[in-house]
Design a protein around this ligand. Structure first.
Ligand code: PAN
Ligand code: ZN
Length: 186
């Protein structure tokens, strides 16, 4: 394989070049926001774009490094801030690095033994997601949250556990403040 360049726009998070774009609307995240009624209403009124991922095309194999940008648009579903689906890596002993380019948010992580960790994300923060931690990103600001991620080629994604159980915490807005609360459905 030959070395290659791609070009990242630091302001928008868009990558120009050899990449595929993943687009997630609210309708792609059924049941993931705790206010099911609010989610249903928005979907029925025409749906909403929640986030995009610009993923550079690299073999999903040991030795390679996957890398991509994620752009989470600002907003809430009910009182819950816009977020990614969240996942464990299919190959659970693989880590990941997130570097924030723009915006503010939270990185919610959880192990299978239920241990939870929430890190702040802001321009310049470099978060390390160790092996075995599921991860979800939440945009708690008023502007897009844009971050660059790097992870092992073979990591893969397992969405099933989070889709069925969620995380044990929710990140919500209450009285104008960002709150981390227990997920009543967990
Ligand atoms: C990230 C995520 C990206 C979208 O690149 O895949 O932010 O989140 P979901 O995959 O949970 O929808 C990453 O963690 N890759 O491993
Ligand atoms: Zn990941």
């Amino acid at each position: 394989m030959e070395p290659f360049n791609n070009y990242l726009n630091f302001n928008t998070g868009e990558i120009l070049g050899n990449c595929n774009i993943l687009i997630r609307h609210l309708s792609d995240m059924e049941g993931m926001y705790h206010d099911l009624e609010a989610a249903r209403k928005i979907i029925n009124e025409g749906d909403r774009l929640i986030y995009r991922v610009y993923n550079i095309d690299v073999p999903e194999k040991y030795g390679h490094l996957q890398h991509c940008t994620s752009i989470i648009y600002p907003g809430r579903i009910g009182n819950e801030y816009h977020m990614t689906k969240g996942h464990f890596h299919a190959q659970e002993d693989t880590a990941e690095i997130y570097l924030v380019l723009q915006g503010t948010g939270k990185l919610l992580m959880q192990k299978k033994d239920r241990e939870v960790k929430v890190l702040d994300m802001q321009s310049g923060s470099i978060s390390y997601i160790p092996p075995y931690w599921a991860h979800r990103t939440i945009n708690t600001g008023n502007t897009p949250l844009i971050f660059f991620a790097v992870y092992p080629g073979e990591a893969g994604h397992n969405y099933g556990i989070i889709k069925s159980k969620g995380f044990s915490k929710l990140i919500i807005e209450k009285d104008g403040q960002i709150k981390v609360i227990d997920n009543p459905n967990y």
